[in-house]
Design a protein around this ligand. Structure first.
Ligand code: C2E
Ligand code: CA
Ligand code: CA
Length: 757
């Protein structure tokens, strides 16, 4: 029980999935209250419209309408007059006559005998409609006994209809238990079938205009012709117009006739709400948790199963209530859409709101697309000259680029952009680039300053759909362009052999580590309660002598996806342990660990050896594993993590809150630290839901004995909030940016001095 409660709590506190479970609960709760039955009705109306068809026409209606009463006087007519009508009907070839409203009592013996005779001359006994009233005991009903004179020549049938809460009549009964026997409904009697108890869903898809309807005046005048021949006739004397679902106003008799048609078609099967709801739950889960492809497939299945299938089923008299399931799918689909737009901070650039390089990695690139890297050559100078105006600068540049029709556009850090041009642009790309270049001949205005923007373009046309690799190629070409003063350069086509180029790019990374181009920056982590720096996170940097800074987003993913992250990992670890060795014994160093390192059998022993050699205790090292990697919780990973914990190393879940998963993994993975992703922390002072999430996460982590680090702390206000929420550590630009080791050491010295004072 404890276990169940625990995992339930974990599920419900996951930021991403909470709205899903909430909506699910709301929909199910509403369903138990019957809130979706109007929706079922609306859906049924659309099914009706989709399959309008003519009836069989076994029953016709003869109305005592205005023309008839104008001629013959008001209804009820004297029995002799009714007998005249019956004879006229017989003359038209009618099989059976039903009276919607029975006969009035009368003491006219001659007329009565006349009518009995007329009725007896018909091939089938007459039907007398009567009302029924609910008795006090259960499903027993009472009917008024008909005139005894008719009871042996006629059948009694119940004409009472049972409307729903909205006054609409969807169903008609086959028979009633009344006066101790089974009495058919008027519809059942007219259908000529054996009446069965229970309700039938009236088939309103039968086109009422296909039912023969005549005025009694015409019948009496002998104008019926052959229209009534061989049919049963319902004499309709009740003139009230009532609304029929999907049809509009009609006389009550039409319901009995459509009911009769429905019953004549055969038995019905009502599957109720449950089958669609079960399927709907499965589809909702896929729609929410599945990848985009599966979610779209779930949506298509839902449309087919809840929108189209019932139309086909209903034409085979099988009824399925899909309102609840349909509502669930619509709600979850909207939720996912909303979530997509609202919560993708991790995948957007904070300055421009454009998707970033992380989003680029997930872009469904076609191998025919042209990938264009755009580097703003003088970006470091620009940001230095315009402090705190990075956002305005980014927006100005992007506005101009977009004027040149560059979509989709991705925006990385440090003045890097990526444009994916469709294949149709490939032919006159040079012209396009020329035009884009010309767009930047005029300086842009930032506040009062006029600044020149210098761009370099790199074009990659390698036929591959590996977005990360293609961007790396394009970036390399852009840098070559920048260095040679060209406006743009194509990626060297001699490197078209993908495998070879990959090897060379990754070889460049390896060489860059050896030559010192790759180095490690350290960013302080502050103990919020005590205000002192408790440790640092190590972040890889690549400064190319000519190309300048290459952001980790541009080379780490490529190295990861091609299994070439080892050398970098050991390099960063080595540098980090060397730093830790010079610090106080309670100083903690955090290193990011790629998921692929877990499959390396020698990782743990090698790390243990490195720690020993550096003279750093394992407790001083934290390894950060991203939530999306941790959530996969593969066997090899769990084993490695257990070994690391056994060694005494701290495990932190990085980017907490962004993983598209349930929180199951938190039980399997023995992390002792949660790092709340910077997108939530940054939004915390403005967004209530982010604030709630951060607060709930801190409590959850504390209850599990974990400590919490908030990353991306940029303002004093945020830090203050975190302090009040009892968060353990903070990391972010407010405290310090990532910096080279030498700077970090002087930062620590200054910090220690100020802390001591
Ligand atoms: P991460 O692990 O989430 O690292 C934190 C990132 O946030 C760093 O970006 C850091 O510069 C940035 N940051 C820190 N404070 C703030 C702040 O107050 N505001 C904002 N907006 N950003 C802040 P960076 O250095 O570009 O690293 C990007 C990602 O590259 C890292 O994200 C990490 O996933 C990966 N990475 C970096 N170094 C390594 C490494 O040595 N190994 C592996 N496997 N991945 C690495
Ligand atoms: Ca990290
Ligand atoms: Ca992070």
């Amino acid at each position: 029980m404890q276990q169940v409660y625990h995992s339930l709590r974990l599920y419900l506190t996951n930021r991403k999935d909470r709205p899903f479970f909430l909506m699910l609960a709301i929909v199910l709760l509403l369903a138990t209250q019957g809130a979706f039955s109007p929706l079922d009705d609306i859906l049924r109306l659309t099914h009706i419209r989709a399959r309008v068809h003519p009836g069989h026409g076994a029953v016709a209606i003869v109305s005592i309408d205005e023309a008839a009463t104008a001629q013959q006087g008001p209804w009820p007519w004297p029995r002799a007059k009714v007998a005249q009508l019956v004879r006229a009907l017989k003359a038209s070839g009618v099989r059976q006559v039903a009276f919607e409203n029975g006969f009035p009592t009368t003491n006219d013996p001659i007329g009565t005998r006349d009518l009995v005779q007329a009725l007896d001359s018909l091939p089938e006994p007459a039907i007398l409609g009567t009302k029924v009233s609910q008795s006090t005991v259960g499903s027993q009903f009472q009917i008024a006994s008909p005139d005894p004179l008719f009871s042996k020549n006629a059948l009694v049938a119940v004409r009472t209809l049972e409307p729903d809460a909205f006054g609409r009549i969807w169903t008609v009964r086959g028979a009633y238990q009344a006066n101790g026997r089974s009495v058919p409904s008027l519809a059942a009697a007219l259908s000529g079938t054996k009446p069965r108890p229970g309700k039938y869903v009236i088939d309103y898809a039968i086109d009422p205009s296909s039912i023969v309807q005549l005025s009694a005046a015409d019948v009496l005048a002998g104008h019926a012709g052959k229209q009534l021949s061989g049919r049963r006739v319902l004499i309709s004397s009740i003139r009230d117009n009532i609304p029929l679902p999907g049809i509009g106003g009609a006389q009550m008799a039409m319901i009995h006739v459509l009911g009769a048609e429905t019953m004549a078609a055969g038995p019905q099967y009502d599957l109720g709400t449950l089958p669609a709801l079960m399927l709907g739950l499965g589809l909702a889960v896929t729609l929410w948790f599945g990848r985009r492809r599966f979610a779209l497939a779930a949506l298509a299945t839902a449309i087919a199963a809840f929108g189209l299938l019932p139309i086909w089923l209903e034409s085979h008299r099988i009824f399925l209530n899909t309102g609840t399931a349909g509502a669930l799918i619509v709600v979850i689909a909207l939720l996912r859409l909303w979530h997509h737009y609202r919560h993708d901070g991790e995948r957007t650039n904070q300055f421009s709101g454009l998707p970033n390089l992380l989003a680029l990695r997930e872009y469904p690139l076609s191998s025919k697309d042209v990938v264009i890297a755009i580097r703003i050559k003088n970006y470091p100078q620009l940001t230095a000259a315009l402090p705190r105006q990075e956002a305005v600068l980014a927006q100005q540049i992007i506005q101009r680029l977009k004027a040149g029709g560059t979509t989709p556009l991705f925006h990385g850090d440090e003045g890097l952009l990526c444009w994916i041009a469709g294949q149709d642009l490939a032919a006159d790309l040079a012209q396009h680039l020329e035009a884009m270049h010309n767009l930047f001949l005029m300086p842009v205005t930032i506040g009062t300053a006029q600044v020149d923007i210098a761009l370099a373009f790199g074009v990659d046309t390698t036929p591959s759909d590996d977005a990360a690799l293609r961007f790396a190629s394009a970036l390399m070409a852009a840098d070559e362009a920048a260095n040679t003063g060209a406006r743009w350069k194509y990626f060297d086509t001699r490197r078209h052999d993908e495998a070879e180029w990959k090897a060379s790019l990754l070889g460049k990374l390896d060489a860059a580590i050896d030559s010192g181009e790759v180095w490690v920056a350290f960013q302080p982590k502050q103990d919020i309660r005590q205000g002192r720096v408790a440790g640092a996170e190590a972040l890889a940097r690549w400064t190319h002598p000519e190309r300048g800074m290459i952001p980790p987003d541009a080379f780490i993913p490529v190295a990861e996806t091609h299994g070439r992250i080892d050398k970098l990992t050991y390099f960063v670890l080595d540098q980090s342990l060397a730093l830790a060795a010079t610090m106080a014994p309670d100083f903690n160093i955090a290193v990011n660990l790629s998921a692929c390192m877990f499959s390396r059998a020698d990782f743990v022993p090698r790390l243990a050896k490195m720690l020993k050699q550096a003279g750093v205790s394992p407790g001083q090292l934290t390894l950060e594993v991203t939530e999306s990697a941790a959530a996969q919780s593969e066997e090899a990973m769990i084993q490695t993590l257990d070994a690391l914990v056994a060694l005494g190393v701290t495990i932190a879940i990085d980017d907490y809150g962004t993983g598209y998963s349930t929180l199951d993994y938190l039980k399997k993975i023995r992390a002792t630290e949660l790092k709340i992703d910077r997108s939530f922390v940054a939004a915390m002072t403005k967004s209530r839901s982010d604030r709630l999430l951060v607060n709930a996460t801190i409590r959850l982590a504390h209850s599990l004995g974990q400590s919490v680090v908030a990353e991306g702390v940029e303002t004093a206000e945020t830090l203050d909030l975190l302090r009040r929420m009892n968060c353990d550590e903070a990391q972010g630009y407010l405290i310090a940016r990532p910096m080279p080791q030498a700077d970090f050491l002087s930062f620590m010295a200054a910090h220690a001095a100020s802390h001591a004072a």
